[in-house]
Design a protein around this ligand. Structure first.
Ligand code: TYD
Length: 217
């Protein structure tokens, strides 16, 4: 991608454990001596804060949301992130940047109400990731976790998360065709029961470290 660093993004439906696992991965990579940092979307910048406010409304406009997420993303890439500067700058310095949600979330979520090609177009300033870590969990389990934890937001219903999960399948396929490496990990066992955090983390770490070594060669 012309940048020295590695862009690793975590994707999945709400409640799949993206924040837990992206932070664990960063801690592990730091212990292994990598220059690395965690950051997330929506951001805590001006547009990200507005997005969070809108998510608590009972209804929303998907195209307005797509544009806001895209604006927030450009801000994240070019202006500010949890790393104290834009993500692109950190990548230019050779960082392994781990992002908790990225443009693939826009494609999966906002395509509930508008077409995915247009979402891709408004996100054309956002480069493809090097690696997508996709955590796959049943919608029922995701909802159990979310409702036990906090207030639910607009997308967090059985019907919407089921559609978003289906959307992700197509999006991952398209990303793979563009050369993005996909690390698909199951957050639940065959009976739909959650796997332990440690077990899922080990799997993610082993597969990602392998890809980082290949990307850095
Ligand atoms: P989330 O990561 O769940 O934020 P937090 O950890 O602060 O609760 O993101 C908030 C919601 O935004 C979540 O439902 C996914 C959604 N989302 C989109 O719809 N499109 C996007 O482009 C992104 C980044 C997130």
């Amino acid at each position: 991608m012309g940048l020295k660093g590695v862009l690793i993004v975590f994707e999945g439906i709400d409640g799949s454990g993206l924040t837990t696992h992206s932070k664990l991965l960063v801690e592990r990579l730091k212990r292994e001596g990598f220059k690395t940092g965690y950051t997330k979307e929506p951001t805590w910048g001006p547009v990200g804060r507005l997005i969070r406010e809108l998510l608590l409304e009972p209804s929303l406009d998907h195209e307005v949301m797509a544009l806001l997420y895209a604006a927030d993303r450009l801000w994240h890439l070019r202006v500010g992130s949890c790393l104290g500067r834009g993500v692109l700058e950190a990548l230019g310095e050779g960082y392994v940047v781990v992002v908790d949600r990225y443009k693939y979330s826009s494609m999966a979520y906002q395509s509930l109400g508008t077409d995915v090609e247009w979402i891709g177009e408004v996100n054309r300033g956002a480069p493809e990731a090097d690696v997508i870590v996709y955590i796959d969990i049943p919608v029922r389990l995701a909802l159990e976790r979310i409702t036990a934890r906090r207030l639910t937001s607009y997308y967090e219903t059985y019907e919407r998360l089921s559609r978003i999960k289906e959307n992700f399948e197509k999006i991952l396929e398209n990303a793979e065709e563009k050369g993005v490496k996909i690390v698909r990990v199951s957050g639940a066992d065959e009976e739909g029961k959650p796997r332990t955090i440690g077990e899922v983390h080990e799997e993610i770490y082993k597969r990602v470290i392998d890809l980082i070594r290949k990307t850095k060669q």
